[in-house]
Design a protein around this ligand. Sequence first.
Ligand code: GLN
Length: 454
Amino acid sequence: AEAFNAAVAAAKPLNAFIVETPEHALAAADQADKDRAAGSVKPLSGVPLGIKDLFCTVGVQATAASHILEGFRPTYESTVTANLWRAGAGMLGKLNMDQFAMGSSNETSAFGNVISPWRRSDGGNAPLAPGGSSGGSSAAVAARIAPGATGTDTGGSIRQPAAFTGISGIKPTYGRCSRWGVVAFASSLDQAGPMARTVRDCAIMLEAMAGFDPKDATSLQLPVPAWEQGLSANLKGKRVGIPKEYRVDNMPPEIDALWRQGVEWLKDAGAEVVEVSLPHTKYALPAYYIIAPAEASSNLARYDGVRYGLRELPEGAGLQDMYAATRAAGFGPEVKRRLMIGTYVLSAGFYDAYYNQAQKVRALIARDFDDGWEHCDLLLTPTAPSAAFALGEKSADPIAMYLNDVFTVPSSLAGLPAMSVPAGLDANGLPLGLQIIGKAFDEQGVLNAGLAIE
Ligand code: GLN
């Protein structure tokens, strides 16, 4: 009990937790002891995990880091967390995040920034962003508070925070992990996945999290492969593509150097490296920032002051006034921005020009990948265009923030598995990540290439 409390207390300055549940982790540890005495050990017996506050867990407040859900205690358990508990894991607490998973720095949380445990070696002491939206998850794992955490990834929210904090994280193929009981942001993109210190830990966690779920209509009806058992850093016979369109303008030289280094590592592991072209890459970010807000505006319509959490009921107010007052008080500024963009691009006069167009672009991006797979089995790219930036550095400029997602968004639009693995440090001693993108359902290939880099 003391060890758990100490771990959670150590996390305080990082602001990684919204709710602490050491009793849940302790119960799992006790159960693990009993199981062990009875000769049965489960894949995650007694392992204390951090759970992103987007997952519903019975009886424990779930806020999605928004005031609008304050006090909401789900009566149901997300399939992913239920799967983790079945595998023997316990919960240290609910982790801070960007509000409704909208953001890349954890600064949109209604519960304050998460602070990265990393500092620049050049003495610049400004606190750094842990990445987002799974910033509580990345900070908690990087600070060794939890050996693993759940994340969710809509456009990069597992991979970019993993890269910023020197840990690993995989977004599986869309549909691998059930979305049931996970607060929805953009349903056609949202995927849960693990964040952990090593590729192997990610494989073990993902095996527990994934699986067909009849409660999610987009859940994949496929068995969960034995990913951990299949791990191999031997990439003989694999062709790895380097998509030339990812060599963006203004790419910092150290990111470019890291990418080249990654190519060498994969060659050393036996892979053949080829250049490929994904011509529509530059349209991915604008398409994403139309589709994701459009779906969010629909998903977040349910927060009406009646069914969940917060209710603002001004004196003498009618129903419309209550909706307006609740939503005005409950949603943060970034969420409101997305809801306005989303409602606009879906509105009668603009639907064809924006939303429909973005969907067509999405199809072209998916086709780019399909064409790419004619020439290679995996793709290697940087995870993010920079190392972690300082808190506050980009928060006033949404476009600058959105640009951080340039390398992670295309694979999200195509529903493909993609992973970030730590690949080195920049000149200031900050971690940098490399991203591996795989064909649909080929998490094994992605994990194996990750292992070769790690
Ligand atoms: N940063 C992206 C956004 O703000 C991605 C977020 C995510 O993957 N949840 O939409």
